[in-house]
Design a protein around this ligand. Structure first.
Ligand SMILES: [Zn+2]
Length: 371
């Protein structure tokens, strides 16, 4: 089956209702109706934000102004990576979904952590992530996260190519370069094209434009220009490349483990056009949770190990996901919705690796491939 032509992508829509999501929503609303629960979730969320900013700032100040020795330098470099990852997972992601504060304006303001601290346009991120990925999860050509042709084949409906046979080895390098790509040409190319996946990306205006341009300038300033006042330019560039590649790898793998694994469902636009699929069921069956009993990992990745819950309730702070998961799982079982959890990071990574290998090697007709 061919992938979609970009000329006129068919309009896709899902059915919104269904007993599964109705009952789940009722129970989640009941859980969140307790004021103490809501306040606890907010306090945890903001406390994590403070930790993230402190770790990032302290590490940067030590590296750039503290003239650290090799050991303190290494610890600070690790702190910079940890702080950036915490900002990405626990602040930027929630804020750009509208889950951090009550008002849209404050969420967008906090969403600028993407521009200022990660070097990625929050304006483009909201289209790429909130619209393309969250609306059309694992739909070829619509979800930009699983559409990486001609570099990799991530879904059974994409055409095979000889080089994909090695993708389970080389994809890790692509993951390392992803942040660098968005920081440099990715955002600009998407704006020039006017789309991400099949979702429209209009030219930003006023505050959105100010955030994009100002964010890039501030990011280049703290990440490259100021360190160059202290260290030789080649040392800064090498350090920046290693830092950016590790953060990129952590971010890409965390997001891929939820959708790009053997247990997740994939779809093509043609398939969806032929059936009226329930949106909530589609989200649960194209997504996989991992490491539900690993509180340290869950804390660091900002609840992104509970991506099923995140996809159903993206505007709820991630600090509630572990509790919401019991509600979603119970209702999934009750209504016959396939709900999959990987018990460990090792099994999640293994499943991602095997999925990549299988997608790279197979080119048999889709009907056979999907069993
Ligand atoms: Zn999200």
């Amino acid at each position: 089956m061919d992938t979609l032509g970009s000329a006129s992508p068919p309009k896709l829509s899902f059915d919104n209702g269904g007993e599964f999501i109705k009952q789940t929503r009722r129970e989640v609303e009941e859980y969140l109706s307790v004021r103490r629960t809501r306040v606890r979730g907010r306090v945890e969320l903001y406390a994590k934000g403070v930790v993230a900013f402190v770790v990032l700032t302290a590490s940067w100040l030590t590296l750039v102004l503290g003239h650290p020795g090799p050991w303190l330098g290494l610890v600070s470099f690790g702190g910079l990576i940890l702080g950036t990852s915490l900002i990405a997972f626990c602040v930027m992601h929630d804020a750009n979904h509208g889950a951090y504060f009550r008002t849209r304006r404050l969420n967008h303001l906090m969403g600028w952590t993407a521009d200022v601290l990660l070097g990625l346009s929050s304006y483009a991120w909201r289209v790429k992530h909130n619209v393309a990925h969250h609306t059309y999860t694992n739909v070829d050509a619509y979800d930009a996260d699983i559409t990486q042709v001609p570099f990799a084949r991530l879904t059974p409906v994409q055409a095979p190519r000889p080089w994909y046979r090695l993708q389970h080895y080389y994809i890790w390098v692509l993951y390392c370069l992803m942040a660098l790509r968005w920081q440099t040409v990715g955002d600009v190319a998407a704006l020039a094209r006017g789309s991400i996946g099949t979702s429209a990306l209009r030219m930003p205006r006023r505050w959105d434009l100010a955030g994009l341009v100002g964010g890039k300038v501030i990011f280049v300033g703290w990440a490259i220009v100021v360190p160059m006042l202290v260290y030789p330019w080649w040392a800064v560039l090498c350090g920046y490349l290693v830092y950016s590649m590790i953060v990129s790898l952590i971010m890409a793998v965390t997001f891929q483990l939820a959708h790009c694994v053997e247990e997740a469902d994939f779809a093509s636009a043609e398939q969806l056009a032929g059936e009226r699929r329930l949106w909530a069921v589609h989200e649960v069956e194209t997504t996989v949770d991992f490491c539900p009993r690993n509180p340290v990992l869950g804390w660091v990745v900002g609840g992104l190990n509970y991506q099923i819950e995140h996809h159903l309730f993206p505007r709820v702070p991630h600090t509630h996901y572990s509790h919401i998961a019991t509600i979603v799982q119970r209702n999934a079982e009750r209504h016959g919705v396939r709900y999959v959890t990987q018990r460990s990071l090792r099994s999640a990574l293994g499943s991602h690796f095997r999925h990549l290998r299988r997608m790279g090697r197979s080119g048999v007709p889709v009907a056979l491939e999907m069993g």
